[in-house]
Design a protein around this ligand. Structure first.
Ligand SMILES: [Fe+2]
Length: 479
């Protein structure tokens, strides 16, 4: 461990943003950390260059304490135009289950100080994760991020996709009344467009606060690229409408995502493979999937990922991890308003019944137990039993995207869903918010937190539902 010396010790780093950002403040997009492992974590920031061609040198550090008396790693990197002046460091040599503080410096200015935490290792008695998805800037304020930022009780934030939306104003949400107009104000198609949109989202104070306080573990859904994306196209992509070649748009979207998100990257040609596993000691394995981009035949996961998942589930069970957490984009439990005769949303696993059967069969064949599924995408809250032999599912409401906006309409559809769907133990189709998953060796507890509003900046939230699944039971119980 290095002692804090020289510059860092004398600067007196503050853990809050400066009261007023000077106009040429280099760190206007905040700081972020992500993909923690027991010995490392990704650190991220972006430098706003004075000239587009500037490639300033940036100093970074990570320390055990916010007073910076115990700096454990530091270095210097260049913010290059090639990566849109974003910086990503994989800080290694860290201790498991430990809180760290980090920051950046360039042009004599200091970034806000970020806080992060490594994953635990060995015998783990407790883990607590927030999970969220679907932050649509013109649709409302990111109050969910503000509430998550205030929490002192979570280890990390799982972001299950739709971190941003690709539309111009008015297509999906009208931000005029709340001064949240998408930038650029048109559908994003080019690399410059995607970068500009990411930059705009990263200027949101609530989003910055959430990133500053907790490490994020992120997977994309479709809107980070274009609505209803699959490998070779998207429903919201039309080459005839001046939107260019699909492969180029897809590549631009992925490139900007990797530049701007605190995600650990793979070397080409595997840079678009985001499925991965994060271990929480003997308590859990977190498996993150990509149900959107990988398979040309639209089999949801694709053969390669399906095989990977099957292997990971078996290994997790064999190594004795108590829980298997499956984080992915779309809901696994069936959703039907007429007792199963028809399904509501073909984009989720309901649209891929053969793939779901294969997953269930693999789970049964390998005696996989204690599975908790966490999808995004739904813009609604659910707590669901999956199957007597598999596990349970908690569905997070959206951060700001609308659910069913008319409350009485939402109640009516809820009643239709409840009829003939005893596996859906909790349904709310109206409110925004986020979820919290609390794990101990004995039980998985899912909490749904709802917000009072997203129409104005607000911190009012409440615990709308809490359901626990005892280890081995595969059934939710209201708690
Ligand atoms: Fe969404």
């Amino acid at each position: 461990m290095l002692a804090a010396t020289g510059m860092l010790a004398t600067l007196g780093w503050r853990d809050l943003l400066p009261a007023a950002e000077p106009e040429d403040f280099p760190f206007q997009h905040g700081v972020a950390s992500g993909d923690p492992l027991p010995d490392r974590v990704i650190l991220w920031t972006r430098v706003t260059p004075q000239q587009a061609t500037d490639e300033p040198s940036v100093r970074w550090f990570i320390a055990r304490d916010s007073r910076l008396t115990q700096i454990v790693a530091r270095g210097e990197v260049r913010a290059t135009a090639l990566r849109d002046h974003t910086i990503k460091i994989d800080a290694t040599g860290l201790e498991p289950g430990t809180t760290y503080y980090y920051g950046f410096e360039t042009r004599g200015a200091r970034s806000a100080m970020g806080r992060t935490k490594t994953l635990p290792a060995g015998t783990v008695r407790h883990a607590r994760l927030a999970f969220a998805s679907c932050a649509n800037l013109p649709a409302g304020f990111f109050n969910a991020y503000a509430c998550v930022a205030q929490r002192e009780d979570i280890d990390a934030v799982l972001h299950l996709g739709d971190y941003l939306y690709e539309f111009g104003n008015g297509v999906y949400g009208d931000g005029r009344r709340i001064a949240r107009i998408p930038s650029p104000n048109r559908e994003i198609v080019s690399l410059a467009d995607y970068r500009t949109r990411h930059a705009q989202y990263k200027r949101d104070a609530d989003l910055q606060a959430a990133h500053r306080q907790h490490p994020f573990v992120c997977i994309w859904d479709d809107h980070e690229i274009a609505n209803d994306t699959w490998r070779d196209g998207a429903s919201n992509h039309d080459p005839e409408q001046d939107e260019g070649e699909w492969w180029l748009r897809r590549r631009s979207a992925i490139r900007a995502y990797l530049e701007w998100m605190p995600i650990r990257e793979r070397a080409a040609p595997e840079e678009d493979r985001i499925y991965r596993r994060l271990p929480f000691g003997d308590l859990a394995d977190l498996m993150l999937l990509d149900t959107r981009l990988l398979d040309p035949a639209r089999s949801l996961l694709g053969a390669e990922q399906e095989q990977w998942l099957d292997g990971q589930l078996r290994r997790s069970q064999a190594r004795g991890a108590r829980w298997r957490i499956l984080s992915q984009q779309v809901m696994l439990a069936p959703l039907s308003a007429d007792g199963g005769r028809s399904v509501l949303n073909l984009d989720q696993w309901d649209g891929y019944p053969a793939a779901r059967q294969r997953l269930y069969r693999n789970l049964r064949d390998a005696n996989i137990d204690n599975l908790v599924v966490l999808p995004g995408d739904a813009h609604a809250s659910f707590a669901a039993d999956l199957d007597a032999t598999t596990g349970v599912e908690f569905v997070t409401p959206a951060i700001s995207s609308p659910g069913i906006e008319d409350e009485s309409e939402a109640v009516q559809l809820t009643q239709r869903l409840q009829r003939g769907s005893p596996h859906l133990q909790y349904i709310d189709l109206h409110r925004q918010g986020y979820g919290v998953l609390d794990l101990t060796p004995d039980r998985a507890l899912g909490e749904i937190w709802h917000l009072e509003t997203v129409a104005s900046s607000s911190r009012t939230q409440w615990l709308a539902a809490a359901f626990a699944c005892e280890a081995g039971s595969h059934r939710l119980q209201r708690s």
